[in-house]
Write a protein that binds this ligand. Sequence first.
Ligand SMILES: O=C(O)[C@@H](CO)OP(=O)(O)O
Length: 206
Amino acid sequence: MMDRLLVLVRHGQSEWNLKNLFTGWKDPDLTEQGVAEAHEAGKKLKARGFHFDIAYTSALSRAQRTLKIMLDELGQPGLETVRDQALNERDYGDLTGLNKDDARKKWGEEQVHIWRRSYDVPPPGGESLKDTLARSLPYYMKHIQPDVLSGKRVLVAAHGNSIRSLIMAIEGLTPEQILERELGTGVPVVYRLGADSRPVSVEVLG
Ligand SMILES: O=C(O)[C@@H](CO)OP(=O)(O)O
């Protein structure tokens, strides 16, 4: 039976996640904990006997490094890897670099939650989830989905909101449903797709 395996992994904790700063397209490295989370994710995938045919990641170091560590754990360090900024984190615009608690004090809890998790309200000067989807989905449809449907086993290392946008599309979620969906750092989301590209199963390896 054809595998149609697709695994999405948010990068391990970054320096700016630790400092509680809006990160977006900035390029901080992983923390020690983030490195450990990436190793753990790779081990979990290996323990399940997964083997991949191609990997995709963003243009940002934290996702690329997470992928490299996972591939080392999987014993596949030379796996063909495609990097593209279409898979980058959502651009946080003017909020980039600000502390999330300071932002809550300045603009209020509710406004900051709307900027962080609503579907179509962009943070000032940045991308909404809808804007993020407008670049991640065409890329997914053109490159990633055809690979999966052709039987390649695909591993994607990307970001909280770029992965949330893909999850929304893959699972057919409404803007209300994606609002509350959080993704932990280094937590693999494992899909098996049907021939019609819809998920047959989804498992979060938390
Ligand atoms: O700062 C960011 O770029 C993202 C991911 O860490 O944050 P949030 O979870 O607030 O969307």
